[in-house]
Design a protein around this ligand. Structure first.
Ligand code: GLA
Length: 390
């Protein structure tokens, strides 16, 4: 397989007749546990993937952004002075969105010729969009000679989603894509934005990511509806508990049970998921530190049931693939990962069973759904960085 650097160098020379000034990359991510907790100011535990988005770039003498996405062979042009959305080339919105947010911070940016090469599967819950945002930001930092603090960078990426794209997402994806570390998962407190690198070297087990290949369509999905339902739960919990907290993070299971009669069933279940999921992340963290593999499996499964029954963000494909996974020898636990409504699952599997696990999972899944799934194994990797300077 050709490496992304050679691919990008060749493409750059072909398109622009010169080498780029720099190649940067930012990874996709898989969330191990802590789903739909980030925008509730809760806890998450993602890891960065080896699969990344690479961008080769060079400044121009004008204010034009001229980008090509190599995988899809699409080119799009925008102007730094007029950062607007592009309904025909929506992938360009992530780049222009970063520009719009950088301009708000007062940065003066130069035009760029850029070529993108991606290894992160698109639209399946592994955060190809956050990877593109964080790679773009790194590129602009290099080409315009400034440096943004890691946490500020993640916040900027979140604002691209919230302000430019209208998705009310939390900060997890951009945070891990920027701050991930090789061999570590990242425990993030999404309120304080304090984080802890957690060594992820399981001796006899590994995480296998399985892709249902059922596209997720995050922006079209019910994601914003869930955010709104959580806010609604908070309003009612504030009244019944007398607490002033403004996010579900501020309420306990006891507060929720006391308010049960005042809450619509759906809203109750949404809040139940978030409050219990936060606790599962903390429990997972201590099980990980104590190498208590069995507990890790139980917590993954419980998270999945709660996402299925209470948060209702699974679909048939996700439910089928996790159920099959749990029935295969060596699988300790399985759950959907990411926003849901399709996309990927994460499985904790005994290393000596991995090959058989993947074969059985994919063939049983195809039999049950008629769809071809796929699997990825990835070590935890570093966040956004410079690959090569010229
Ligand atoms: C998407 C969002 C994240 C997070 C997850 C669900 O990936 O971008 O902020 O809310 O869904 O945990």
């Amino acid at each position: 397989m050709r490496n992304p650097i050679t691919i990008l160098e060749d493409a750059f020379k072909h398109n622009f007749g010169v080498l780029p000034q720099v190649i940067v990359k930012a990874p996709g991510r898989v969330n191990i546990i802590g789903e739909h907790t980030d925008y509730n100011h809760g806890y998450v535990l993602p890891m960065a993937l080896e699969q990344s988005i690479y961008i080769a770039g060079r400044t121009r003498s004008d204010s034009i952004l001229n980008f090509t996405a190599l995988n899809t062979q699409r080119t799009s042009i925008a102007d730094i002075n007029c950062p607007v959305r592009n309904p025909i080339e929506p992938w360009m919105d992530y780049i222009v969105g970063v520009v719009a947010e950088l301009k708000k911070l007062g940065f003066t940016l130069k035009g760029v010729d850029g070529i993108i090469y991606g290894e992160v599967p698109i639209g399946c819950g592994l955060s190809s969009s956050a990877a593109l945002e964080m790679a773009t930001l790194k590129l602009f930092e290099m080409l315009n000679e400034f440096h943004l603090d890691d946490v500020e960078s993640a916040k900027l990426g979140q604002r691209v989603e919230n302000n430019f794209l209208g998705l009310k997402s939390g900060i997890m994806d951009q945070f891990i894509s920027r701050c991930g570390k090789k061999d570590h998962a990242l425990f993030i407190d999404c309120r304080t934005l304090n984080f802890e690198l957690v060594p992820l070297k399981l001796s006899e087990h590994t995480f296998v990511i399985s892709n249902t290949n059922y596209p997720r369509g995050l922006t079209d999905s019910k994601y914003n509806e869930r955010v709104y339902e959580c806010q609604k739960a908070v309003e009612i919990l504030q009244k019944s508990s007398g607490k002033t907290g403004t996010y579900l993070r501020d309420f306990t299971l006891k507060d929720l049970e006391n308010a049960k009669n005042d809450l619509e069933d759906t809203i109750y279940r949404r809040a139940l998921h978030v409050i219990t999921e936060n606790q599962r992340v903390l429990d997972f963290l201590s099980a990980l530190k104590n190498s208590n593999i069995e507990d890790l499996g139980i917590l993954l499964n419980e998270s999945d049931y709660s996402l299925q029954r209470n948060y209702e963000v699974t679909n048939r494909e996700l439910e089928v693939i996790t159920q099959i996974a749990r029935s295969i020898e060596g699988c300790i636990g399985a759950r959907m990962t990411g926003a849901g409504f399709g996309g990927c699952t994460i499985n904790l599997v005994r290393k000596d069973c991995t090959e058989k696990f993947i074969d059985t999972l994919l063939s049983e899944y195809e039999k049950a759904t008629g769809r071809k799934g796929s699997c990825i194994i990835s070590s935890p990797s570093d966040g956004a960085n410079i690959v090569k300077r010229y």
